[in-house]
Design a protein around this ligand. Structure first.
Ligand code: KIV
Length: 266
């Protein structure tokens, strides 16, 4: 299979074929996920919770992220590597440039920033400097303390209008991809229709252009013992981890995941 690039993801959106993204933090899982057909490996700052045992993503550093990006790169077999810029590492443009350089030089092909319309300027400047950007909207876990918990976003008409507007603004600024987390399925469907760039969902229904899950969640592993509504345990009925990864990719592609029970209403 040829390497996955932004052009591949754009063509998948245009053809209506779904994109399978999964978080990944090391070389062995990178290789396994690629062999299962995962197109985008997200080195997420969720590693702060699932690998490091913190109760949020806030303690994750750029050095942590670069270490895991480099590990994933060594096992990667042609997937696109997307890396999170962690909490406060893009608070100023100077920090943003230096920290993006660290992640791209470690092996990322694209970076992900959490926020809203204020990201337009950093996105514009990053794209000009050769860094593709995925904008993360909706429930942005780095802002958990502003939200007062991990809550569904975009349920009120005003919030929904704001999210639609932010999505358009960030696309115009040059974002190459959007990630929508925990937003009502209907709103995610509208945004996916409204923008030309691929939209990946988590807890955002099945009308987005693709799906992402946290690796540990979809393998049925949980430190807290709580499983978010949008998660499915793909180990159920599967004999091995490679089989569970393949079942995830198949379910994303044939639209059997997520179902209505994994989504949210307004
Ligand atoms: O950090 C992460 O794993 C993420 C996903 C929850 C989308 O951003």
């Amino acid at each position: 299979m040829p390497d996955v690039t932004l052009t591949t993801l754009q063509s998948l959106k245009q053809s209506g074929a779904k994109i399978a993204m999964l978080t990944c933090y090391d070389a062995t899982f990178a290789q396994a996920a690629c062999q299962a057909g995962v197109e985008v490996l997200l080195v997420g700052d969720s590693l702060g919770m699932v690998l490091q045992g913190h109760d949020s993503t806030l303690p994750v550093s750029v050095a942590d992220m670069a270490y895991h990006v480099a590990s994933v790169k060594r096992g990667n077999q042609g997937a696109l590597i997307l890396a999170d810029l962690p909490f406060m590492s893009y608070a100023t443009l100077e920090h943003t440039f230096n920290n993006c350089a660290a992640l791209m030089q470690a092996g990322a092909h694209m970076v992900k920033l959490e926020g809203a319309a204020w990201l337009a300027e950093p996105i514009r400047q990053l794209v000009e400097r050769g860094v593709p950007v995925c904008a993360h909207l909706g429930l942005t876990p780095q802002a958990v303390n502003v939200f007062g918990g991990y809550k569904v976003q975009g349920r009120s008409e005003a919030q929904a209008r704001q999210l639609r507007c932010d999505a358009m603004t960030l696309e115009q600024a040059g974002a190459a991809m959007l990630l929508l987390e925990c937003v009502p399925s209907e709103l995610a469907a509208e945004i996916t229709q409204a923008v030309k760039i691929p939209v990946i969902g988590i807890g955002a229904g099945n009308a987005t252009d693709g799906q992402v899950l946290v690796l540990h969640d979809m393998l049925g592993l949980s430190l807290s013992g709580r499983t978010p509504k949008f998660v499915k345990n793909f180990m159920d009925g599967q004999p091995s981890i490679p089989a569970a990864l393949a079942a995830y990719v198949k379910a994303v592609k044939d639209l059997s995941f997520p179902t209505a029970e994994h989504g949210f209403s307004a």
